[in-house]
Design a protein around this ligand. Sequence first.
Ligand code: URA
Length: 227
Amino acid sequence: GISQAKQPIINERIDLPPQSYDSVPERAILAAVAAAESTNSISDLRIAVDDFEDCGLKKTAMNTVFSDGDSSAKIMFIGTVPGADEDRNGLPFVGLGGQLLNKMLASVNLDRSSCYLTNIIFWRPPGDREPTENEISVCVPFVERHIELILPEIIVLLGGPASKSLLGMKESINKIHGQFLKYSTRRMKNPILAVPLYHPNNLLRSPASKQDTWLDLLKVKNKLFQK
Ligand code: URA
């Protein structure tokens, strides 16, 4: 009720112990950083990801799902995890969510083949569970390098996990979708635009957000062609 809403939130998780260093796969993250930073082309990076053995998800996946589309694209879409269809085909966004994404792109006159698509996780989690923080931390160095090598004008972050892990934001996707934010890494001269959007799989479950997403995508597309 109202009195509850007025209570200041000091720290929702104050009762939890600080995360133990033992639970962080530091060795795996360092291995990922080293492997990612040693690459200087998309084909190098694809091989480095394919050869990487320190993410547990690889053991249960059929394929590494690296990317699809045009590596010289001005716009790069980054989703969450491969599902069954992506795992089978080795390509991102080929299942139902991907088909919806294709339609959304077409509705603002963007052709999928002129975009570049990837995920923050390269292997399908068993049972399609959510990726853990550790799994995300191990894949993100490759994703950062991926963005540096593609160097698009805009990255579109599909869903909360991609938005939060790349932008370090805590706000819910409900709040930040459609905002033009900035993304940069140490090695990038200039930041690039980053726009969180609802995830297509989320739109399959909550079609009411499709209208908002269409408006967001229209803004993104207009930004892309404004120069
Ligand atoms: N397919 C993908 O490749 N990524 C997603 O996030 C969802 C579906």
